[in-house]
Ligand binder design. Sequence first.
Ligand SMILES: Cc1ncc(COP(=O)(O)O)c(C=O)c1O
Length: 467
Amino acid sequence: MGEPSRLVDEVVKPGRAAAPPPLAAPPPSAAPPPSAEPPPSAEPAPVAAPARRASGLQGAASGYGQPPAAAELLRFRERLERTARELSHDYDELLGRLRTAEPAAPGPTISFARGAPSLDIVDVTGLREAAVRAFESDPAGTTAYGTSVGYPRLRAWIADRHGVEPERVLVTNGSMQADAFLFELLVQPGDEVVVERPTYDRTLLSLRTRGARLRAIDLLPDGIDTEALARLLGDRRGSRPKLAHVIPNFQNPAGYTLSLPRREALLALAAQYGFTVFEDDPYVALRFSGESLPTMLSIDPDRVVYASSFSKTVCPGVRVGYLVGPADVIAAIAQLATGTYISPSMVAQAIVYEFCASGAIERSIETVRGALGERGRALAEALRRELPDAEFVPPEGGYFMWVTLPAGTDVAELERASGELGVSFVKGTDFMLEGGENALRLAYAGVTPAQIDEGVSRLAAAYRSLV
Ligand SMILES: Cc1ncc(COP(=O)(O)O)c(C=O)c1O
């Protein structure tokens, strides 16, 4: 049992040591003639013998004519020694340069660790234009403190999207903040909370820090194992959770999606045993194949508190997320929010509002979905080709793929070997209270298909080095 050893979404591993500088151009006298230019991949050309070589002993030293005078012999010896020193200096220098050039550096680290999009799928221009419109169309609202429930126009836009009253919505600085407020309101030390196994490492940490007693229920490819949860709850000495935290779509870290029958089964258990379902849903808009499913919020709005985020559809740096829940829960959280930060960033929320209201968000979602679909498929194909021992369920959306390696594989060791070859990922153990030693999470949102191919081949090489 251990703390999640690190938190991954903002982790940027330091790049590998920069590639050594190219060999300096050889001294002019040593440059090969143009026709001898090596192909780019060739070994560095040996430094040609410098021009400054001793000319041979003139006259008698060549063995013909008069014997050389003693002084001439001495000068000859001096020249020979100087040449020997120069040659050995040239040799040492060349050796030094060759040593710096090896071993061949693998290039910058390819990160399958970061749960963040690459810049090419962020609509920077659209965001800049939205910012201009925010300051022009509502300078007072954009620059004011505003209120703890969020920028009113964005709050109303979100309420409309979910078909609820604005009183049921609270807009926060990222959905992580929304999670923290909900936990602060509902979870006291010793309270039981159901979590998926595996689950988002920050959720685990946040709940443990609050002293919650966690009940981890296995996650199956169609979502949390509701039969196992029913058994746990049905036991007379069984669990009486206050809350169940579930990531229903393209789960972090597994990429799995909760099926409709399991959504209904979970809600039925929540109604029977009187707990709240926390539907943590930042990836819902990122489906690239299959059919969308109804949110649990839409099925049972009184038993569900729902969180989502613009981190994955607009950009994480804007830090805008939100909660939708029963009006009394939202009102209580609004008080917590006032005491915490007076109000969230009106500037960020006004920009997001303009981005949404103009329709730019729909285009952004299309771009992100298209790229994720391509990247997810590239990852699945590369794994099948390069690492046939890997087991995984190809995701239908989102950022992540969960990979299981044969029992006994030490993924901590694989992480170390992969780091040396310039590829990173997050170990399965970071997402569980126990277990996961032979599993890992691969995030594909921040890497192009070409980087995926290269990254998986490095990962496969690291894996082969273990066996
Ligand atoms: C399941 C889940 N919840 C919450 C968050 C936090 O998102 P935000 O950037 O909106 O704080 C993440 C981020 O990766 C996540 O995966």
